[in-house]
Design a protein around this ligand. Structure first.
Ligand code: ADP
Ligand code: 5GP
Length: 227
């Protein structure tokens, strides 16, 4: 749409499609929360229902686990290639976790931003800070809180994926995670999952309409104000 909006000869394209279809720049939506508050649940719904957003795919030096797919779960590379990417500044951020390297590559995300497509990140407050430092204007930071600490514990237990020990460690870490709530643009409480998902959709809708992201507006308004 950006091309037709910019074309001075094509008035009909504007009339037919209207400003809703004007080109926009994509955004980087970050969801953070203490473990168990529901970010995976919300992220899954978003990815399922919204074709304009996709999960960020990290680069890692660890080997694929059974069932993991190259390009979907991770981009799997060897250490030499990872080091080259670090050297060439190809990551927004990277870290070494349990002896393996993980990084968020810039190239694919930047291409999506240009195309008007959004990228979803499920990262903690430290990753959020790093991404924000590198791409402030493109980043939207959302923090998800549980309705109570008791409910957080119930969800971690109910999920059935972790031992009592791991749950205790996650509960201890939750306090530290929650203390970073003020480093985010939006904070939502995930009490009712439908309501929380609805609020995140509203945030996304409003952020997509931000003037600075609506790159197609320039040509559109030029047309509107011509003579
Ligand atoms: P996170 O990704 O933040 O660790 P999950 O999305 O895995 O959290 O959610 C933890 C557990 O809580 C899951 O079993 C999920 O089904 C459940 N859950 C998520 N949101 C809600 C909610 N609003 N009400 C009740 N249970 C929820
Ligand atoms: P796993 O090997 O189990 O998939 O991931 C191990 C850890 O690496 C997880 O804690 C995960 O959050 C972290 N991780 C995955 N991708 C990235 C990334 O791009 N950057 C950073 N800093 N950590 C990552």
């Amino acid at each position: 749409m950006a091309d037709s909006a910019r074309s001075s000869s094509d008035h009909h394209a504007l009339g037919v499609h209207g400003p809703d279809a004007l080109h926009r720049r994509g955004l980087m939506l970050i969801l953070s929360s203490p473990s168990g508050a529901g970010k995976t649940t919300i992220a899954r719904r978003l990815l399922e229902h919204d074709a304009e957003i996709a999960m960020s795919v990290s680069v890692t030096t660890r080997s694929p686990r059974p069932g993991e797919v190259e390009g979907k779960d991770y981009h799997f590379v060897d250490r030499a290639e990872f080091d080259r990417m670090v050297e060439d500044n190809e990551f927004y951020e990277w870290a070494e976790v349990f002896g393996h390297c993980y990084g968020t590559p810039k190239a694919q995300i930047r291409a999506r931003l240009k195309e008007g497509l959004d990228t979803l990140f499920d990262i903690d407050w430290q990753g959020t800070q790093q991404l924000y430092q590198k791409a402030e204007a493109d980043v939207v930071r959302v923090f998800i809180l549980p309705p109570s600490i008791e409910e957080l514990r119930r969800r971690l237990t109910g999920r059935g994926t972790d031992s009592a020990e791991v749950i205790a460690a996650r509960m201890a870490r939750a306090q530290a995670e929650i203390s970073h709530w003020d480093g985010y643009d939006y904070v939502v409480v995930n009490d009712n999952v439908d309501a929380c998902y609805g609020q995140i959709c509203q945030i996304l809708a409003a952020e997509r309409l931000k003037r600075a992201r609506q790159t197609g507006l320039i040509g559109f308004v030029r047309e509107l104000t011509r003579g």
